[in-house]
Design a protein around this ligand. Structure first.
Ligand SMILES: Nc1ncnc2c1ncn2[C@@H]1O[C@H](COP(=O)(O)OP(=O)(O)OP(=O)(O)O)[C@@H](O)[C@H]1O
Ligand SMILES: [Mg+2]
Length: 323
């Protein structure tokens, strides 16, 4: 099994090293001192690019936690059924947050509202400080907020490899003239994407089905493909609706590896609906618990698992999976 960043994302690791660390040689130091004497407002892109930078680097020294996603008093009813009632939550930049609760408690409905597939009856959703609750799904995706669905879909008539290539973040669109003029660059991008797509397939244990149509893959393999598309698209934030649903339990560690790469190597902020408490405990810093459309608890995975209300409504006898 492939684990760790080097195997998956050599380019990303190199990019992070470039953005995160500054090596100053003597001649460069003089030039930097000269530039530093000019008054200007400093911005450090490294802080944006490295939410998980090791302590002591420039990125962490100057980084202040920012709210990435804010769900503010959202309510939603379906013909009298109160699916969500006054739900509020925050996800900070770089954080991984879990959303758990019994079947029908409103988790997917909340994802639908955040990602623009449903409109809330009341409340607001902001992403990086901008309201998104009146935006269409593609507008929200363009801002860098991408979701997966509880039942995987998409790309059924493409092969697994083609499907990942179509999700690549750095695709270059060009007409024929541009293509001829920028051939070398296009070829390099294509080559990079192809190599990354193959690494992602290896990481997810899907390399042997690279040339299979996605429509022919098993439910579990299609869930793994969802994660592959996120790894190719590298959004700022992703909402994952039950990433382990229907996946053979022997593959859970592989999914945890993929989620850790999203968190630590790609710096993707995550909000995850998940019934498997092993996954929640291993990767989530914060957990919100919904019950019948109402938030009943919030805290670390440890706190949640000893909360009386959560034990009664969900963990005690619900669908939660405790490996
Ligand atoms: N489009 C819809 N029309 C009518 N009722 C809906 C619709 N979508 C969801 N619901 C209802 O809203 C409630 C919340 O459903 P939701 O799918 O959000 O739950 P969930 O927490 O994701 O459950 P699960 O764990 O089973 O996926 C349920 O009672 C469901 O039947
Ligand atoms: Mg659901």
């Amino acid at each position: 099994m492939v684990t760790g960043s080097a195997a998956l994302c050599g380019d990303a690791a190199a990019q992070q090293a470039t953005l995160g660390r500054i090596t100053v040689t003597d001649s460069l130091a003089a030039a930097v001192a000269e530039v530093d004497s000019i008054p200007y407002e400093r911005t450090f892109s490294g802080a944006e690019a490295m939410p998980n930078a090791p302590p002591g680097t420039l990125a962490t020294a100057r980084k202040e936690p920012k709210v990435m996603l804010h769900v503010d008093s959202v309510s939603k009813s379906f013909a009298g059924l109160k699916a969500l009632q006054d739900v509020s939550l925050r996800v900070m930049e770089g954080q991984t947050v879990g959303l758990i609760g019994p079947n029908g408690s409103g988790k997917s409905t909340l994802f639908d509202i955040i990602s623009g597939f449903q409109r809330a009856n009341a409340g607001a959703v902001t992403f990086q400080g901008s309201p998104i609750h009146r935006q269409p799904p593609n507008g929200i995706a363009d801002l860098g907020l991408i979701r997966t669905f509880q039942l995987s879909e998409g790309g059924q008539r493409m092969t697994a490899l083609e499907n990942l290539l179509a999700s690549a973040q750095n695709q270059v669109e060009a007409n024929l003239l541009e293509a001829v003029l920028r051939l070398r660059r296009l070829l390099n991008v294509e080559r990079e994407n192809l190599s990354r797509a193959k690494e992602v397939l290896k990481l997810l244990g899907l390399i042997h089905v690279a040339n299979e149509y996605v429509g022919n893959l098993s439910g579990g393999q299609r869930k793994l493909m969802d994660l592959g598309r996120i790894l190719m698209a590298k959004p700022k934030m992703s909402l994952l609706d039950e990433p382990t649903a229907g996946v053979n339990p022997s593959l859970i560690n592989l999914i945890i590896d993929a989620l850790k790469i999203m968190q630590h190597d790609e710096g993707i902020t995550l909000l995850i609906v998940e019934h498997n408490m092993q996954v929640v405990s291993e990767i989530c810093e914060q957990v919100y618990v919904l019950d019948a459309g109402v938030l009943i608890a919030q805290g670390s995975p440890e706190m949640i698992q000893s909360d009386e209300r959560v034990l009664t409504s969900y963990l005690g006898g619900g669908r939660a999976v405790n490996e």
